[in-house]
Design a protein around this ligand. Sequence first.
Ligand code: OKP
Ligand code: ZN
Length: 342
Amino acid sequence: MLTVYSPAHQRHNPSLELLDGKYVSPVESPQRVSEILQAIATTQLGPTLEAQNLGLEAILRIHDADYVEFLSTAWSEWVVSHGTYDALPLSATTRSFRSDRRPRCIEGKLSYYSFDAGTPLTAGTWDAAIASAHVALTAQAHLEQGSVFALCRPPGHHATQNLYGGYCFLNNAAIAAQALRDRGAERVAILDIDYHHGNGTQSIFYDRSDVLFLSIHADPADDYPFFSGYADEGGIAQGDGFNHNYPLPLGTQWHLYQDALHTALHRIRQFGPDALVISLGVDTFEGDPIAKFCLHTDDYRAIGALIASLSRPVLFVMEGGYAMEAIGQNVVALLRGYQDHA
Ligand code: OKP
Ligand code: ZN
């Protein structure tokens, strides 16, 4: 299988990450990509290709222009008043607060355009985020020659049309799905198998029937992103019936996980998409440092094989996965499982 990546991901390299009250060395690190690339090379999964710069047009199909403008200028504004330590928002508009007025100052703008304090913005964040979106778009452009792996970093599935958070800035999977639609696919399904609910992707397509969104993740009552991902979120207006969440309990193992996966795959079959986007997180792994499911490396092989049973072109888009010793083998296991059964 072809892998698309960009070395520009390394430019997003925060010095610290705020994780449950502690300043820790970032969990979402450049090493994630180097581990995966190394596993792809040693297992000879297939060729790798550097992403092309495909411009802003496809990104603006998903994200608001003022949000993109903010992301591309935030660092230079921040540096003026703070210098070169990482930018981190501390407030957010919630409940009775106003969200209709955009603050003038950079501290306020960071808060206005984000939904958590766990996502540092650094000197190279914009370059990395835009390159990550171009990884997804370059991969999309190769989908006619067969299924492709977009090795995106930073990840994207928490980013909404105008909010960053959860390590995500631009929603790579949503951008690629929209590009598929714009290039002639009538129906696209996005299956999100990251441990965390893909709140950004859900919200982007919530009122649409042309892009089916399904997500298997930790129950939001127990884990991040807390305010999205319940089973009763079914879509609105035209999109009613085209959003499916499968929240699972902490400690979920393969036997329970596979039930949800079978149900989701059945839905996708009924929908009959022209192409499938997989938001691929391997933070469902038993050894993941920030997540609480218990999948094993062999289970990823099985997931790949089950996805292959849909017999559709698949664009795999990298999302989370933080167990450095196993991220490479888990991603390759899934992609091999897919390839061996496609
Ligand atoms: C991004 B992706 C741990 C809190 C972690 C942020 C998680 C972002 C995950 N108690 N908060 O979906 O892998
Ligand atoms: Zn995740």
